[in-house]
Design a binder for this molecule. Structure first.
Ligand SMILES: NC(=O)c1ccc[n+]([C@@H]2O[C@H](COP(=O)([O-])OP(=O)(O)OC[C@H]3O[C@@H](n4cnc5c(N)ncnc54)[C@H](OP(=O)(O)O)[C@@H]3O)[C@@H](O)[C@H]2O)c1
Length: 268
């Protein structure tokens, strides 16, 4: 294929699932790729297939993003390579269990991977993109950002962190030519479930989307200029109503006096 390169896209967690499908779609859209994960063999197999199918250049970067050294190597690429105009912050894990049961070290690694790493990579990417006046950052959050009662609260918290970070970055960067999209997938058939010890086949089939359909919907949302994409939500008006309700709280969230119901006569 001889289409001219659209620059480079860096995708974390590209060795399987959602990240591997983004790699496929972005290579087919004309991006050269930098694919990042721990499993080098899988990354090399993906790179070989996509180079053969699309003619794009694919660099493989083996890095554990829970380790400062691995994360620093990927940040350095974003710092120094002006060709990277697209970042997909996708690598993530889901540690299950309640806060009483879960291994706190495993929760801490999840925070490193799901929150600290994408924050540092988004920050590095945004600095270069804003200076160049162009770029796209896609943060893969989750509908669990909105539904903490459905899974481990720390996982939900990392995804709410990414959603809030994305919304704040949208405010800051839109005027500088940088697009930031948060994607909130629902249950998507990937290895994440098996890795978390959850049988995705135990869910009602109507709740689980194929990974190809999820990524294609997210890219369609990006093409349509959406800042937040919830691939499974049938009516975008429901999201807009949720946002309207949140924004309606704003004038009353910081005031010089406590609400009437908290004043001492009522509290007694
Ligand atoms: N599947 C769903 O239902 C669903 C729903 C909402 C959101 N998400 C989010 O979607 C993203 C992708 O997940 P997925 O469903 O595609 O799962 P997946 O198939 O398990 O992919 C996770 C990716 O992250 C990489 N990764 C894991 N630990 C890493 C580490 N320490 N350092 C660097 N890379 C690491 C994995 O590669 P290596 O093992 O080779 O490192 C893999 O490429 C995650 O952020 C997840 O939270 C998924």
């Amino acid at each position: 294929m001889s289409i001219q390169s659209r620059g480079k896209a860096l995708i974390t967690g590209a060795s399987s699932g959602i990240g591997a499908v983004y790699a496929d779609r972005l290579a087919k859209r004309g991006y050269d790729l930098i694919v990042v994960a721990r499993n080098k063999e899988r990354l090399e197999a993906l790179a070989a297939r996509l180079e053969q199918e699309t003619g794009r250049k694919i660099e493989v970067v083996q890095a554990d993003l829970t380790q400062r050294s691995g994360l620093a190597r990927v940040e350095a690429i974003l710092d120094v390579d002006p060709a990277v105009g697209f970042l997909v912050n996708n690598a993530g894990i889901g540690v299950g269990g309640t806060i009483l049961e879960a291994d706190v070290e495993a929760l801490d690694r999840m925070v490193q991977l799901n929150a600290t790493a994408p924050m540092r990579l988004a920050s590095a990417a945004a600095r270069g993109m804003a200076a160049r006046g162009a770029g796209t950052i896609v943060n893969i959050a989750s509908v669990l950002a909105l539904t903490p009662e459905l899974f481990n609260g720390v996982y939900s918290g990392t995804k709410a962190f990414l959603l809030n970070l994305s919304m704040s970055m949208q405010n800051e960067l839109t005027g500088k030519g940088v697009r930031v999209q948060a994607v909130l997938p629902g249950a998507t058939r990937t290895e994440i479930w098996e890795r978390a010890g959850v049988d995705v086949d135990g869910f009602p089939p109507e709740m689980v989307m194929s990974v190809d359909e999820m990524v294609d919907a997210a890219l369609s949302g990006l093409d349509q200029g959406e800042l937040i994409t919830v691939p499974s939500l049938p009516d975008v008006k429901d999201w807009n109503a949720f946002e309207t309700a949140r924004i309606a709280l704003k004038p009353n969230l910081s005031r010089s006096h406590a609400a009437e119901r908290y004043r001492s006569a009522h509290a007694a």
